[in-house]
Design a protein around this ligand. Structure first.
Ligand code: 4NP
Length: 152
């Protein structure tokens, strides 16, 4: 069975494209068949590649985000994905506002999958200017998610 997973943040130029790129790399290494995408709850950066400092930090950790382009989350995503993962509580609230009546798609905070003791939200590096901490948190949650998918 192929699982489809959507990573969501606010702008879709920092955290969720990083999650998409890291998960793409780690799930391929693990030999998993997964459909992966990312989106932002806001439409400010539609069509743009990930934020340059985010791409630079990701590259340092071995992840190439250059081909990704931002898009906005929309209600159809509830039907297109099995699992929707938000980076923070505001993302979850913004996602839930668009949930169609009767839809039961799982929407969760991404860091629920992190193995170690971590905060519940991925801090937004667009504001904190710390681009490394999100990558480490995202790697941990990707690994936890992959471990769970392998057990299924
Ligand atoms: P992201 O970060 O949600 O991780 O992509 C942001 C990127 C851009 C903006 C806010 C957050 N912005 O205000 O343009």
């Amino acid at each position: 069975m192929t699982t489809s997973i959507l990573f969501v943040c606010l702008g879709n130029i920092c955290r969720s494209p990083t999650a998409e790129g890291v998960f793409r790399a780690l799930s391929a290494q693990a030999g998993l068949s997964v459909v992966i995408d990312s989106a932002g709850t806001a439409g400010w950066h539609i069509g743009k590649p990930p934020y340059a400092p985010m791409q630079e930090a990701a590259r340092t950790h071995g992840y190439d985000l250059a081909d990704l382009r931002a898009r906005q989350f929309n209600a159809k995503d509830f039907d297109r994905f099995d699992l929707i993962l938000g980076m923070d509580a505001e993302n979850i609230a913004d996602i839930e506002r668009l949930r169609p009546a009767g839809n039961t798609t799982q929407v969760k905070l991404f860091l629920e999958y992190a193995a170690e003791s971590v905060p519940s939200e991925v801090p937004d590096p667009y504001y904190t200017r710390d681009f490394d901490t999100p990558i480490r948190l995202i790697e941990s949650a990707c690994q936890g998610l992959i471990d769970q998918l392998r057990r299924q």
